[in-house]
Ligand binder design. Structure first.
Ligand code: ATP
Length: 615
């Protein structure tokens, strides 16, 4: 049983608290300024911890802090984090409890988890500031596990007997490419490796670092290796964003073992990673997370951090009497707090978070954060919670008297409905280059082909609201008009072309209705893939069969010589014949005589064996 103590007392980050030692994701450039959460002065971000450590004294001015940064002076007691490289890719060796990543990210200090709730006035400015800094970090970052024990999923890689687990434990991780969808733990895994390795670890990303930065990191690694035989692990996020030619620069370093490369990508490496590099790395595939992987556990861990924040902040607003109630309720017992915190997130909320996140851990935690954030606004507001109709807020008798912060806190719970609302706010994130872009246009095309106008309009709306380029959609509609509707309704093509022009003419938002008009028309129109199929057959014939000469009677005869050679001689001009197009004449070359392309599109039939068969 632990006793409640002042937030001033920093507990060692061990055991269950290990989850709180997370890496920050702050990616501000070296010289960016942030307001001090205590005194409000503008301070270089890299210096804010130092500033807070000194109770907002010393290094008063921005200019001073920046000049100290650039002169690189170190004082006794400064941490490596305070002196990150100016180029934004600090090197760190992680052999301490506080975790630091690159790009001028601060070391993460465990959140205050008070074992005795106190009036704010008893907290030091530094503790308050630390708590504020931590709260400002995204919850997903704070909840990022730092050990394989808290890492969920990917059992065949990191579970007992998993190949990567063994390599991590032996500190012999080879160059690898981690391939998997967003938010399944690629970066997290790389950082766990960073924690366990004796090698130096550098974290870089293709969106924040150019090839020159990476090249410099590799050269540094080479020098370090030559001087100390210490290896460097370079984590390169979104490696697919470097072109294959740019990826060439990694080759000699990976080959000689100067660096161990850990690349992360959401794209199929066979297409997006240089094959020479690919052959020197092992590709490890990470799957979407699921309930059976323990997503509920991951969500609960994150929820605990967030609810404890709110408890902290609520305590800071409480009266002495309320605080006494809190302390007596929790009986100075961390386990009781955890139980209380866990009960604040209903099982229904967790179920929805798992379902809606579609296996993306970051998305689940972001939605959770927004959901709890919504409740905290009500709990911590001064209006007593009477001005809003939040379902989780208990109605105070008479509805007039303001609720106390403790009452509001007690009444609040994250419900499934609150999760759904939070999800609405986050789910329209859209990566124009990524999978979702192709998934949505594919869903639109398939809905049109299937004649489901409602679904087609829905997918159109999803794309437009997410900011999709209207001409991209219009181009696809022009294609659909011939591919799927074809000669069943030839008015579809001019409509689609006009829609494209309308989009060019008036742009968004006005052209949304033009697109909707065309989508609805195409969905409802009769369908024929005859032309599409026939032309596919033609392309195949042209590429696979002999390039037969044009029959003499079909040839053009613009010169006397050609006429003498008989070009066009036996050609029958159809309008001169009563049979018109039925006149007996061959139009295909001899080798393809009577070949049929049109009217041949097959329709599959369901056989007795339950399988679909081509006729
Ligand atoms: N396997 C996991 N175990 C525990 N937490 C996870 C896991 N995967 C993701 N998370 C949570 O989701 C957050 C995002 O994960 P992470 O950054 O590792 O994903 P990623 O695969 O690198 O995503 P992206 O491709 O978008 O960069 C983490 O900070 C962590 O809180």
């Amino acid at each position: 049983m632990s006793s409640f103590s002042s937030p001033k007392a920093k507990r060692p980050a061990t055991g269950s608290n290990a989850l709180q030692r997370q890496g920050s994701s702050l990616t501000q450039p070296a010289s960016s300024l942030v307001p001090c959460p205590i005194c409000g002065k503008s301070i270089a971000e890299w210096f804010v911890n130092n500033h807070l450590d000194n109770e907002c004294t010393g290094m008063e001015s921005v200019a001073e802090s920046l000049s100290q940064q650039t002169s690189g002076k170190r004082k006794h007691g400064d941490t490596i984090d305070d002196f990150d490289d100016i180029d934004g890719s600090s090197v760190f060796q992680d052999n301490s409890d506080s975790y630091t990543d690159s790009s001028h990210r601060r070391s993460y200090v465990a959140p205050t988890t008070p074992t005795q709730f106190q009036q704010p006035s008893f907290q030091s400015r530094k503790d308050k500031a630390n708590a504020a800094v931590q709260r400002s970090m995204p919850l997903a970052e704070r909840a990022r596990p730092i050990s394989l024990d808290d890492y969920i999923g990917q059992k065949e890689l990191v579970g007992p007997g998993g190949i990567l687990r063994a390599l991590v434990l032996q500190d012999t991780v080879p160059s690898i490419i981690l391939w998997g969808p967003c938010g399944v733990g690629k970066t997290t895994l790389a950082r766990i490796i960073a924690h366990s390795t004796k090698a130096q670890f550098r974290e870089m990303g293709a969106t924040t670092h150019g090839v020159a930065d990476v090249r410099k990191a590799f050269d540094d690694a080479k020098t370090l290796f030559q001087m100390t035989r210490q290896r460097t692990i370079v984590f390169l996020d979104e490696i697919h964003r470097f072109t294959k030619a740019q990826q060439d620069i990694f080759l000699p370093f990976v080959e000689k073992g100067t660096i161990t490369l850990i690349g992360a990508t959401t794209e199929n490496p066979s297409f997006r990673v240089n094959s020479a590099l690919l052959s020197r790395c092992r590709v490890l595939t990470l799957d979407k997370l699921s309930l059976t992987d323990g997503m509920d556990r991951m969500i609960r861990r994150a929820a605990r951090i967030k609810w404890r924040d709110i408890l902290d902040m609520a305590c800071a607003q409480m009266t002495e009497t309320e605080l006494a109630t809190v302390n007596s309720t929790f009986g100075q017992n961390d386990q009781t707090i955890d139980e209380w915190v866990d009960a604040k997130t209903e099982p229904g909320a967790i179920k929805w978070l798992v379902d809606l996140s579609d296996g993306d851990g970051r998305s689940a935690i972001n939605t959770l954060e927004i959901g709890i954030q919504g409740l905290s606004t009500i709990i911590l507001s001064d209006d007593g919670g009477n001005d809003n109709n939040n379902h989780s807020q208990s109605e105070h008798e008479g509805g007039k008297q303001p609720l106390g912060v403790l009452e509001k806190l007690t009444a609040s719970k994250l419900t499934g409905d609150a999760v759904k609302t939070a999800f609405q706010k986050t789910h329209l994130q859209y990566d124009r280059q990524g999978d979702e872009h192709y998934n949505l246009i594919s869903a639109l095309h398939k809905s049109v082909r299937g004649g489901d106008g409602d679904a087609a309009l829905y997918w159109l709306g999803r794309m437009l609201v997410a900011g999709e380029e209207p001409l991209y959609i219009a181009r696809r509609l022009v294609r659909m008009a011939s591919e799927d509707i074809g000669m069943a309704d030839s008015a579809a093509l001019p409509l689609a072309v006009s829609t494209y022009q309308a989009c060019q003419l008036i742009g968004m938002p006005e052209c949304d209705v033009n697109l909707a008009h065309c989508v609805a028309y195409l969905a409802k129109a009769k369908k024929s893939v005859d032309v599409y199929y026939a032309y596919g057959q033609v392309k195949q014939t042209v590429s696979e069969e002999f390039a037969y000469p044009v029959p003499i009677h079909l040839r053009n005869a613009p010169t006397a010589l050609m006429k003498d050679l008989g070009y066009g001689d036996e050609y029958k001009y159809n309008p001169h014949y009563p049979e018109g197009t039925k006149v007996d004449q061959e139009y295909l070359p001899k080798g393809l005589k009577k070949r049929k392309f049109l009217g041949e599109a097959p329709v599959m039939t369901l056989g007795k064996d339950g399988e679909w068969h081509m006729p």
